[in-house]
Write a protein that binds this ligand. Structure first.
Ligand SMILES: NC(=O)c1ccc[n+]([C@@H]2O[C@H](COP(=O)([O-])OP(=O)(O)OC[C@H]3O[C@@H](n4cnc5c(N)ncnc54)[C@H](OP(=O)(O)O)[C@@H]3O)[C@@H](O)[C@H]2O)c1
Length: 330
């Protein structure tokens, strides 16, 4: 086996955080249950925060980010995995304070690791990544509350969670209204398959000005928080549900209680990081089979490790882009 590997390393220089591509020693990784050769990773919102030293994400630098890693087991101290098993690792401490998928090797506990389901390629798993798993967990939560072909609102639709959620829901035959600050109609309607797209700010003006608005939607998926989440709750029908998993707009919410007490609307929090690995595996199986949109691979842009520093820099200013996958073998 080779002794060195390449990785994106973030270093702290006084109050600046600087990214470089370094050659690291595999022997310096902490010894854990599994050593995995990472073939694919992807960029998530949290990775960008980690590269900038945002408080509450990564405590110690130098650090290798990457909350997603898809690859092959090359050393196993666990009865659950054999050499050559293809696996997915997302969440827990990966890429937070445990060196993550922006390096070509990781060393992780077996109980963080899911076997790659049949019918899913490594590239497809990276196309989903944490964003797709989170979209899947949201859909899993709302699917029992929503009639077949029910109407579902999704916000932050040009981003990772939102774009995957819209694609899966459209594929499953739901009526999807996509909310975006910059509604790119062609991307949202034609690439992702949404039935309708609306401007997020206009949606807030229309639905958040009164304690309760017209009941239009069966369910919602929120990654933004704040006024947009409040407006979504107020426009949800009786017995509907809104999942909350992100806070790109605001970590606060101010709303009336009428959606809850007059329409029995549920607000359900979703976490993709800490659920037991078996419940992640169940969602990965659905993502691999009946939930998989036919155009999943077309929704990603693929880059090499060399391209990654620039892609991180551009991540928050991309207009419509969905998911960025890193192929470590390029
Ligand atoms: N709970 C969990 O386990 C979990 C897992 C994954 C992600 N998350 C969270 O979910 C959120 C989204 O993650 P992501 O990977 O989808 O991020 P992303 O790829 O950056 O997408 C976020 C999208 O939200 C919209 N947006 C960005 N800034 C905004 C602002 N200031 N106000 C309103 N809308 C804004 C943009 O879409 P438009 O321009 O189309 O509006 C953007 O594309 C983040 O807060 C992330 O931490 C949570």
């Amino acid at each position: 086996m080779i002794e060195r590997y390449r990785a994106i390393v973030v270093k702290q220089e006084q109050d600046r955080f600087v990214i470089s591509i370094d050659n690291l020693h595999i022997a310096d990784l902490p010894e854990d249950d599994l050593l995995i050769k990472v073939n694919y990773s992807s960029i998530n919102y949290k990775d960008v925060l980690s590269t900038k030293g945002t408080k509450g994400i990564t405590k110690n630098y130098p650090h290798v980010p990457g909350i997603d890693a898809i690859g092959e087991v090359v050393r196993s101290n666990s009865d659950l995995f054999e050499l050559g098993d293809l696996v997915i690792v997302t969440g827990y401490d990966l890429g937070m304070n445990t060196w993550g998928g922006f390096g070509q090797y990781i060393s992780v506990p077996a109980h963080w690791t899911v076997k790659l389901p049949e019918n899913l390629t490594q590239r497809e798993a990276a196309a989903y990544g944490t964003a797709g798993l989170t979209a899947g967990l949201c859909i899993n939560e709302i699917i029992n509350h929503v009639p077949t072909q029910g109407s579902i609102l999704v916000n932050g639709c040009t981003g990772g969670v939102g774009s995957v959620a819209v694609s899966i829901l459209s594929h499953l035959g739901f009526n999807v209204t996509s909310l975006s600050r910059r509604p790119d109609r062609d991307y949202l309607l034609n690439s992702l398959g949404a039935n309708e797209c609306q401007d997020s700010e206009s949606f807030i003006q229309l639905h958040n000005s009164k304690p309760l608005s017209k009941a239009i939607y069966d369910a919602g998926i929120d990654v933004v928080g704040g006024h947009l989440l409040s407006a979504m709750l107020k426009s949800t029908k009786y017995g509907g549900i809104v999942t909350s998993c992100g806070n790109v707009g605001s970590a606060e919410i101010s709303t009336s209680i009428f959606p809850f007490i007059l329409r029995s609307v549920k607000l359900s929090g979703i976490d993709s990081v800490e659920p037991p690995v078996d419940s992640k595996a169940r969602v990965w199986k659905l993502l691999a089979e009946k939930w998989k949109p036919s155009n999943l691979e077309e929704l990603v842009s693929e880059i090499s490790l060399n391209d990654l520093p620039q892609a991180i820099e551009n991540f928050n200013s991309r207009i419509a882009g969905g998911r960025v996958v890193i192929n470590h073998n390029l």
